[in-house]
Design a protein around this ligand. Structure first.
Ligand code: PEP
Ligand code: MG
Length: 894
């Protein structure tokens, strides 16, 4: 064993903990070497050396000496020298970063071959064709990767030889043909670069190492890192390893093997084998591989040995492992291992089985699955891979798959739904007006907006498939058609298939596969190994989590569904949806009222309707808290569009007095920036009787439920408070009404009153506000908008993509909480609020309440609950459980 050096580690000197320095591959090779597995010997150049190279353009000065020393050790161990003319040692040079970046960086095989040693290899192996084939592979890889020759030139030369012989398979080229190709390749290199292919094996090695370093910054590697959120400054390690050959005849071969099936999680060895081939051939798909089980007949000893090694690795890593292996004339070599990638289904099954087998504890098993995987499993998918090219790509805003006929407005969706038709509602963007259509449709497709646009948020809340921001589509609602960039015209009534998980849209009807997991989460019925695994992970998450999980729901149906999915109450019942549809005329009457009497009449008409809404929801959530938020959006959202109304009036043969009044109100209420205008608690204070009516509806609903023998637990929430005085005023009115109803009915009404914290000022003065609040619910949608000073819909439609691309945002702050900014306000408010009011309950009801990463933050911040759309509840339960196992709550110790 050599002494460990700074930039070079022999395999025997590393271990699996050293992924930062040796990369995933290097650490795996080191660990296998320590376990005594048959790993071709070699050494690893560290990521640190790469970082220095990338920063300075030169490798560290010591590197040459260290590589030479490690190589000398390798040569001694193998009893052969690199490139020795009569029996050469050959090595591979492979990249290996800390995080796997498959195929993104370079690999060069057969380093050490040259015009002399190719003959030595032929003699030592007894196979002339193999030696020339190896040499041409080296020239091809080295010429392209290290010397920058266009790879197509080599391919063309091979193609010309095959064409001349009228063959299609590389195997049909014999030794003489390959030798001729070698000569041609050398000529190509000379012609293209003005220099000869280096005959000196050491020069080959050093230049290959440098090329691997440089490949860290290749275009494709950068794009991959950006997509996978891999930091740019890690650098790659380089593994230099003795070559072994799977292409020495029928008793040789190469393959990949998994300790379990990475697609389904099924127990048992699984993989592919390619006889008489090198690793690169498997990847390149040159020939079809056979199932690994066939190796059992081809070479029972190698197969049995491979099985032993896989069992050793899985027991050691306590997880699914995959290996690349080569059989060289009956001798098995393991070339690489790592904890294997797997599908969402396999992740759940493997975690569950490993726990079952006693390898993992329940806590560890929960650590192996996540909300993102669970989401993937919960929704229907298309049963087959679509053969068609998608008509369009957009933002995958609400997962699942749906098929329906295209409609361009809400009314058409409702009409067709009444006829039993499935529809896809296509809009440039949606507004609250589209709600009936969204409810009626199977999927929503928009050309504007991102994952937190109105369409996306509402669709997710309802569990509708949604693809947003398909900007390439030219939607013409008036002509009732849209046009794709390829010029395809899709008209109302045409059928579309929408994949909300992938963000794609296909023409025609693709076959749908329902989600077994989605069904089982609602029914609790386990129907097979996958659902059993999912239910068991959730049960454990429930047993360890501190965060409660509530739902954002505003209909009895949503409430009931949320409850089936495990909600422990409603954290946000928005009341604005209850002001739409047929009730809009009553809202209009309230807005247009010229005197108190008219307004009171309108409100009185709304009261029983609201009471009914609340009764139904309280019933569905009987015994659990239901946080009802008083009206939040500006009133003009309930009035018609200004331009449309003006046009209607101008076109009407006789002036319509109601329309004129309406236009007057619309104009009076017009706001340049409604998000920051007359809304939230401001509305409650400015419109006499509004708070009174809503609180009375809540109170009377509670009384009704009590009389029915229920256990209603309503809470009243005041939105958009910025100063404690606002809350005090609204609270005083709410308490007055509660007392009045209690008096009238003789029922004791215990109804907590709290506030949303969704303005920075509220967070900064939370200590004062907490004195008047029974609970805080963080409205992180508005809090994000107001902290950043941007309006979500406008920003998503304009500069968001640029900000994501330039790295200002790693992800949208509307999807994953901006912990540094918005999160800091949450922490401050929780701390200050609790200091004043020890019984203050805290939760979050913005979109972030259902986002895995944000949930971990809320756990750490010490909140009592998260609230999210019904269909995200299982994900929230799972992640809250995971957070309890891994994250420390900092703001207090509850
Ligand atoms: C919020 O602002 O986070 C919130 C839940 O309220 P809304 O999205 O209804 O404005
Ligand atoms: Mg809000």
């Amino acid at each position: 064993m050599s002494t460990p050096t700074t930039y070079v580690y022999e395999f025997a000197d590393g271990n699996r903990e050293m992924t930062g320095l040796l990369g995933g591959k290097g650490a795996g090779l080191a660990e296998m070497t320590r376990l005594g597995l048959p790993v071709p010997p070699g050494f690893t150049v560290t990521t640190e050396a790469c970082r220095i190279y990338l920063e300075t353009g030169q490798e560290p000065p010591e590197l040459g000496v260290e590589v030479a020393r490690a190589l000398a050790g390798l040569e001694r161990a193998m009893g052969r020298d690199l490139g020795r003319p009569d029996d050469p040692l050959l090595v591979s040079v492979r990249s290996g970063a800390r995080f796997s970046m498959p195929g993104m960086m370079e690999t060069i095989l057969d380093i050490g071959l040259n015009d002399a040693s190719v003959a030595g290899l032929a003699k030592a192996s007894g196979q002339e064709r193999f030696a020339w084939d190896s040499y041409r592979r080296l020239l091809q890889m080295f010429g392209h990767t290290v010397m920058g020759v266009d790879g197509a030139l080599f391919e063309q030369a091979i193609g010309a030889h095959k064409a001349a012989l009228s063959v299609t398979d590389d195997h049909a080229l014999d030794a003489a043909e390959l030798a001729a190709l070698v000569e041609e390749f050398q000529a190509i290199i000379r012609r293209e670069t003005g220099e000869d292919f280096p005959q000196d094996p050491f020069e080959q090695l050093y230049r290959a190492v440098r090329a691997v370093f440089a490949s860290w910054n290749s275009e494709r590697a950068r794009v991959y890192r950006h997509r996978e959120h891999i930091p740019e400054d890690l650098g790659t390690a380089v593994n230099i390893q003795t070559m072994v050959f799977g292409n020495l005849g029928p008793d040789s071969g190469t393959g990949v093997a998994f300790t379990r099936d990475p697609a389904t999680g099924e127990r048992g060895m699984y993989g592919d084998y390619l006889p008489d081939a090198q690793g690169e051939d498997v990847v390149a798909g040159v020939r079809d591989a056979v199932p690994l089980a066939e190796l059992k007949d081809l070479d029972p000893r190698a197969y049995a040995e491979l099985g032993d090694h896989l069992r050793t690795l899985e027991a050691h890593y306590r997880d699914l492992c995959d290996v690349e292996f080569t059989v060289e004339r009956g001798k098995l070599w393991i070339l690489q291992t790592r904890v294997g990638k797997r599908t969402a289904e396999a992740a759940f099954r493997i975690a569950h089985d490993l726990q079952d087998e006693g390898t993992l504890t329940a806590d560890e098993s929960l650590g192996r699955v996540g909300g993102t995987e669970l989401t993937r499993l919960m929704f229907p998918t298309f049963a087959t891979r679509p053969a068609d090219v998608p008509l369009a790509h957009g933002v995958p805003a609400s997962p699942g798959a749906a098929v329906g006929v295209v409609v361009f407005d809400s009314e058409a969706a409702v009409r067709r739904a009444a006829d039993g038709q499935h529809t896809v509602l296509v809009r440039r963007e949606t507004t609250p007006d589209d709600l009936p259509g969204m409810i009626a449709a199977q999927a929503v497709l928009t050309s504007r907006g991102g994952k937190t646009s109105h369409a996306a948020v509402v669709a997710r809340g309802m569990g509708k498939v949604c693809v947003c921001g398909t900007e390439a589509l030219a939607i013409d609602p008036a002509a009732r058609l849209f046009t794709t960039p390829a010029g395809v015209v899709v008209r109302e009534g045409d059928t579309l298939s929408v994949d909300g998980t992938a963000g794609t849209v296909y023409p025609g009807a693709l076959p749908l596969a329902p989600s077994e997991v989605g069904r089982c989460l609602e029914t609790g019925e386990d129907t097979g190994p996958l659902t059993e695994a999912v239910l068991s992970a959730l049960a454990h998450a429930d047993s360890v989590r501190r965060l409660e999980v509530r739902a954002n729901a505003d209909t009895p149906e949503d409430a009931a569904r949320a409850r089936r999915l495990g909600a422990q109450g409603i954290g946000l019942c928005r009341t604005e949806h209850m002001f739409l549809g047929e009730r809009r005329s009553l809202v209009e009457a309230m807005i247009l009222a010229r005197d108190d009497g008219a307004r009171e009449q309108a409100l009185a008409a709304l009261l029983p309707l609201q009471r009914e809404d609340f009764t139904g929801i309280l019933k569905a959530m009987d015994g659990l808290p239901v946080t009802i938020r008083l009206l939040d959006p500006p009133l003009h959202e309930f009035l018609p569009d200004r331009t449309e109304l003006a046009v209607r009036i101008a076109r009407a043969p006789h002036p319509d007095a109601h329309d004129r009044d309406l236009l007057g109100a619309v104009e009076r209420m017009h706001e340049e920036n409604p998000m920051l205008g007359l809304r939230g608690v401001r509305l409650g204070l400015a419109v006499p009787g509004l708070v009174t009516m809503q609180v009375r509806a809540v109170a009377e609903a509670v009384v009704q439920r009590l009389r029915e023998g229920g256990r209603p637990r309503a809470e009243i929430m005041i939105p958009l408070v910025g100063a404690v005085e606002e809350l005090r005023l609204a609270r005083a009115e709410a308490e007055r009404v509660l007392a009045e109803v209690a008096e009238e009915t003789g029922q004791n009404l215990d109804c907590p009153i709290g506030t949303m914290i969704e303005l920075p000022r509220a967070a900064l003065t939370a200590g004062r506000i907490a004195a008047a609040a029974d609970f805080f619910s963080f409205g992180t949608n508005d809090l994000t908008q107001t902290t950043w000073g941007l309006s979500r819909d406008d920003a998503e439609a304009s500069f968001f993509p640029l900000y994501l691309e330039k790295g200002v945002f790693a992800t949208s702050p509307f999807e994953t909480l901006d912990q540094e900014g918005v999160g800091r306000l949450v922490e401050l408010a929780v701390e200050a609020g609790r200091a004043v009011n020890a019984r203050l309950e805290t939760g979050v009801c913005g979109e972030h309440g259902g986002d895995p990463e944000s949930i971990h933050f809320f756990h750490r911040a010490g909140l009592d609950y998260v609230s999210c759309s019904p269909l995200r509840i299982p994900v929230a339960r799972l992640e809250a459980g995971r957070a309890a196992l891994t994250d420390v709550t900092t703001s207090d110790s509850r």
